[in-house]
Ligand binder design. Structure first.
Ligand code: TXA
Ligand code: MG
Length: 359
């Protein structure tokens, strides 16, 4: 697949109506359009057009078994997608958090194509806070299906330049509106009765949700809700460089071209040959989240032999950060200095990575 991809810039604080009309028409017409949102850039298409949806799966290399979320410009459009309309608990969360980084998985109506939902009975719906995203949806006149605008399994894009790296020449149009505000994806919830079950931690914190609804983790939910998390493959958001996530500092691990990725709030002494890379200060995890994916891209480009990443180990947005870091490490988490040293030694011997495990 090779296309000539056009790039346009829309200033979110002074939106150019003619450009919005043009990009909205492209969406309505079945084109693949990368759109800015407050979380990460999305690869948007007409969510009612099965051919356009197939194009999104193809451009990303995403398996058909991993459903897309649909973006709406408000509750009225959401209600066209949700069987019986928003249930009371979802309406409450919509009132509190929409527009914003909350995706709600609910029973779908007939108009939602099977390609969106991987033939499942539910659809994920989100009303983005980004003014350009909402303007584009309104201009298109249709719900806009949009996964993150990266190749499948890779790091989500938080700038238009990242989208070019991931999908340049595979899509029709990229709308640049500057860097994303949150830098991590929306929080995805489903419902069990009146409780919200978090399928993916994200930009909206569990604590913020808990002020409005009883919140449960997917691990403690009924199997039905657990089965609803199909895309939550442990290998996701992955740099190409092998990575280990850790809750401890390295102690005396083997030397090598290894980068230790942590925070700048304390001194860490590193084994010989190791370098240090800061994700920012742990006292400002919002900022760490905003820069996280750009930093993972930088680390990948530096082509070290191994990346060792310290988890944030915090609540709030720290939950989303650690979730992405653990996935970047393909689930390989060490919790003692000895286990970390052992994992580093294993990776240094270039053994095929062992099965994801926590030790
Ligand atoms: O912030 C975001 O959510 C970004 C921006 C572009 O809006 N979008 C995004 O989409 O992250 P994506 O496709 O990369 O992640 C959506 C997640 C996937 O893990 C998918 O498996 C899950 O939501 N999902 C989508 N529909 C679902 C459904 N019906 N049931 C359960 N999970 C679903
Ligand atoms: Mg994604």
């Amino acid at each position: 697949m090779s296309k000539s991809t056009r790039l346009i810039t829309i200033n979110p604080t002074s939106i150019d109506d003619a450009l919005v009309t043009e990009a909205g028409a492209a969406l309505a017409d079945g084109k693949l359009v990368a759109i800015p949102t407050e979380t990460v850039y999305g690869l948007g298409c007409n969510g009612l057009d099965p051919d356009a949806i197939a194009g999104v799966f193809e451009a990303k290399g995403r398996p058909a078994s991993d459903p897309l979320i649909v973006h709406v410009d408000g509750v009225a459009m959401a209600e066209t997608l949700i069987e019986g309309g928003l249930p009371a608990v979802a309406a409450r969360l919509a009132a509190a958090f929409w527009p914003g980084p909350l995706t709600m998985v609910l029973p779908k109506t007939q108009i939602v194509p099977d390609a969106i939902t991987s033939s499942g009975p539910t659809v994920g719906v989100r009303c983005p806070a980004h003014p350009v995203a909402r303007a584009l949806i309104t201009a298109s006149g249709v719900p806009v299906a949009a996964p993150s605008a990266n190749r499948f399994g890779r790091i989500s894009p938080t700038t238009a330049a990242h989208v070019v790296e991931e999908l340049g020449d595979r899509i029709d149009l990229i709308v640049d509106a500057g860097p994303a505000d949150y830098g991590v994806e929306s929080t995805v919830v489903t419902f069990e009765g009146d409780d919200a079950v978090i399928l993916r931690h994200g930009a909206l914190t569990a604590e913020a949700l808990a002020a409005h609804v009883t919140v449960r983790e997917v691990e403690e939910a009924e199997t039905e809700a657990r089965a609803a998390a199909p895309g939550h493959d442990i290998r996701h958001y992955s740099p190409r460089t092998p990575a280990i996530a850790t809750t401890t500092t390295p102690g005396d691990a083997a030397e090598g071209d290894i980068v230790y990725v942590a925070y700048e709030d304390r001194e860490i002494s590193l084994p010989s040959g190791w370098s240090f890379f800061s994700l920012g200060n742990r006292s400002d995890l919002e900022l760490v989240a905003r820069d996280l994916y750009a930093n993972l891209r930088r680390l990948d480009a530096a082509a070290h032999d191994l990346i060792v990443i310290e988890l944030a180990g915090a609540g709030g947005i720290g939950r989303a950060i650690d979730d992405r870091l653990i996935r970047a490490a393909s689930g390989n988490v060490t919790t003692t200095a000895a286990a970390l040293a052992e994992a580093v030694a294993e990776m240094r011997q270039a053994k095929p990575p062992s099965a994801p495990r926590r030790r």
